[in-house]
Design a protein around this ligand. Structure first.
Ligand code: V1D
Ligand code: CA
Length: 634
């Protein structure tokens, strides 16, 4: 029998979700060595077990395996307070004894013990998630995985629920440098409170948590908690009761996420795959099978939006590694046999020695009526977040969520310009301020307006029942055109930067040293470069265009200054820029090397050594960096 993402027959996964994606997998061999204490349910060892299973299923063959560099304290201080990080860096199991004040202040103790190497553990967990986010932003992978991350309860200046440093918030902050909107989804049985809290007042991050609610840690995540201020409606909480099974979970997860994807239109998605929502978990009380849990991964993958998969809770450790191994196989689009391969922890998996984690016969306290009511309420709330007209015009049969109210239609028209602008700015990363400046306020805007006005007149003449369809069709066509142009533009960028990197000093890191010294783009690529310089790809510094930065790089007479921000959708630009940086500034991924590890035997030939030498992106400042307050101002 095959337990696979293709042959399961359970979720009816789309061809899309089983197709191959470029996957980068982050694992540090030290992470399994940290120990919370003998009676503590959190076992970092499960990450090593999962890794070992993944390697023995030979999934290394289908993804890039990277060892994350531990992140430094400055990286953690992008979210956490200086004082808290300095405390974590200094505290030891011995010194904490006499520090009652700090135990209370930073909430270390029973749930969050101070153990040997605590700080290093945090740097590895967060280092993996940050590096993974950077990798996605550089466009070097479609899916990144860090099972050592997902520590969703950590607060700005406080440990909570076995979590000390919130790698998820740090990864999202990284993604926000390149994406206008980021979606965070949390399928851990516990509420994703730390991430929700961090982004509760912004509309640039939507958080959606599915969790057990009612006399259960951490006690937050009520359905009425929907965000605040600018962030109102951008927090989604699905409170669940005990015993939810695959079918029930899928019946709410998919429609809610579908609506979020359509209406919020994130540029990247972070999925926390806490495995304590599996049946039989020591701390959880859901009844999801491995496939029921993994349908979240499958479903998110099918949207083809950059996806970061993170770990989280999970306390029946043999099942945690089954689930994460299976989810890795879904990410890479490979089928796995249900019979477990030989692996270092084989004895953990008896008596069946199979991959599958089945559901059990526990009662499902989530009635269909309850689930439907929650789902309707959440989807109603989500109507406030609609960003893109193409989506708003989606031609769905009039149903529970559709309103017949004429006024609502009229109101929503007023928002349309804003939404078009938002969509366009997401793609081209033209700052909002630029659109209100004189030169951009001109023709394009007026054209857009007159186009809209004449179209509106036309629409109003049409029978009411046809209006929605007509609008939808028109918007769909417009966005198809935009998408086509963007594809062409991306291709041009790619070609141009390839040229840049192949030529002399703008060399990419995967280009052999001593490559051709071609002075610049030639032939059709010169044309590409010319077109590029005319297009909207503008470096956000406001003073330099991409072409200017690129030519400086090419000429080798400039390093990308630290405060030059690069446009979204142009990760290759960063790569071109990064190739100019000193070795010591280079980034955090190091290709995984099994030297000195028990994992060595599983490492594929030709992957050792320095292949894919560390890279660095040009440091980017501005939105998403520093304090959360700053982010909203961007
Ligand atoms: F059972 C235990 C034994 C030793 C130490 C702690 C626990 C334990 C079990 N459950 N602690 C909990 C939860 N804490 C409480 C508080 C203690 N009281 C005073 C209230 O109930 C914490 C559960 C944390 C769950 C973490 C997580 O699964 O969500 C996670 N996700 O990513 C990483 C961890
Ligand atoms: Ca959750």
């Amino acid at each position: 029998m095959m337990a696979s993402s293709v042959s399961s027959g359970f979720m009816g996964p789309s061809t899309q979700s089983s197709r191959k994606s470029k996957v980068a997998y982050y694992y540090h061999s030290d992470i399994g060595n940290y120990h919370y204490g003998p009676m503590h349910p959190m076992k970092p060892h499960r990450i090593r077990m999962a890794h070992n299973l993944i390697m023995n299923y030979k999934l290394w063959n289908h993804m890039e395996i990277l060892r994350p560099k531990p992140c430094n304290s400055d990286a953690m201080k992008k979210f956490h307070s200086d004082e808290y990080i300095e405390f974590l860096a200094r505290v030891t199991p011995e010194s904490i004894e006499d520090m009652t004040k700090y135990q209370l202040k930073f909430n270390v103790g029973e749930d969050c013990p101070v153990f040997d190497g605590l700080y290093e553990f945090c740097t590895l967990s967060a280092g993996g998630s940050i590096a993974a986010a950077e990798k996605l932003s550089r466009g070097e992978a479609e899916i990144c995985i860090n099972w050592g991350g997902g520590l969703h309860h950590a607060k700005k200046a406080e440990a909570s629920g076995f979590c000390y440093v919130n790698d998820i918030v740090l990864a999202i902050l990284e993604l926000l440098k390149y994406h206008q909107r980021v979606l965070y989804i949390d399928i851990d049985v516990h509420h994703g409170d730390g991430v929700e809290e961090a982004f509760y007042t912004t509309d640039r991050v939507m958080t959606a948590s599915f969790h057990k609610y009612g006399e259960f840690f951490p006690g937050t995540g009520d359905i009425n908690d929907i965000g605040h201020g600018q962030g109102k409606h951008y927090a989604v909480n699905f409170p669940l009761r005990e015993g939810i099974d695959d079918e029930s979970y899928k019946s709410v997860f998919r429609p809610v996420i579908q609506k979020i994807m359509e209406w919020f239109r994130p540029g990247a998605v972070v999925l926390q795959c806490g495995a304590d929502s599996l049946a039989g978990d020591k701390l959880g009380s859901f009844n999801l099978s491995m496939r029921g849990h993994a349908q979240a991964v499958e479903f998110l993958k099918s949207f083809n939006v950059p996806l970061l998969l993170l770990g989280g809770g999970g306390y029946t450790i043999r099942n945690v590694c089954r689930a994460w191994c299976y989810e890795t196989s879904i990410a890479v689009g490979q089928s796995l046999p249900d019979a477990l391969p030989n692996n270092d922890y084989f004895e953990y998996f008896g008596p069946d020695y199979r991959l599958d984690v089945p559901s059990n016969n526990m009662e499902n306290l989530n009635t269909p009526k309850y689930l439907e009511q929650m789902k309707i309420k959440i989807i109603e709330n989500l109507r406030h977040v609609i960003h893109a007209p193409s989506v708003q015009m989606h031609h769905a049969p009039k149903g529970l969520y559709e309103s017949d109210d004429e006024d609502e239609d009229e109101d929503s028209e007023d928002l349309k310009d804003t939404r078009i602008t938002q969509r366009m700015s997401d793609k081209h990363r033209v700052p909002d301020t630029e659109l209100s400046d004189s030169e951009d306020e001109g023709d394009n805007r007026r054209d857009q307006r007159s186009y809209r006005e004449s179209r509106e007149r036309e629409i109003k003449r049409a029978p009411r029942r046809d209006r929605e369809k007509q609008r939808f069709e028109e918007e769909r066509k417009r966005y198809q055109e935009i998408d086509q142009v963007q594809q062409q533009q991306k291709e041009l960028e790619r070609k141009y930067l390839e040229q840049l990197s192949e030529s002399g000093k703008g060399r990419r890191r995967d280009t052999p040293v001593g490559g051709s010294g071609t002075p610049g783009p030639v032939g059709s690529d010169a044309k590409a470069a010319a077109i590029l310089s005319e297009t909207a790809l503008k470096v956000e510094s406001g003073t330099k265009t991409l072409a200017e930065v690129a030519s400086e790089l090419h000429a080798g007479n400039a390093r990308v200054s630290k405060d030059v921000k690069l446009a979204e959708g142009a990760p290759q630009e960063q790569e071109a820029a990064s190739s100019m940086m000193d070795m010591d500034e280079q980034g955090s991924d190091v290709p995984y090397s099994p030297a000195n590890e028990s994992d060595r035997a599983f490492f594929p030939e030709g992957k050792e050594g320095n292949e894919g030498t560390p890279s660095a992106v040009a440091p980017v400042t501005g939105e998403g960096e520093g304090d959360m307050m700053d982010m909203d101002q961007a």
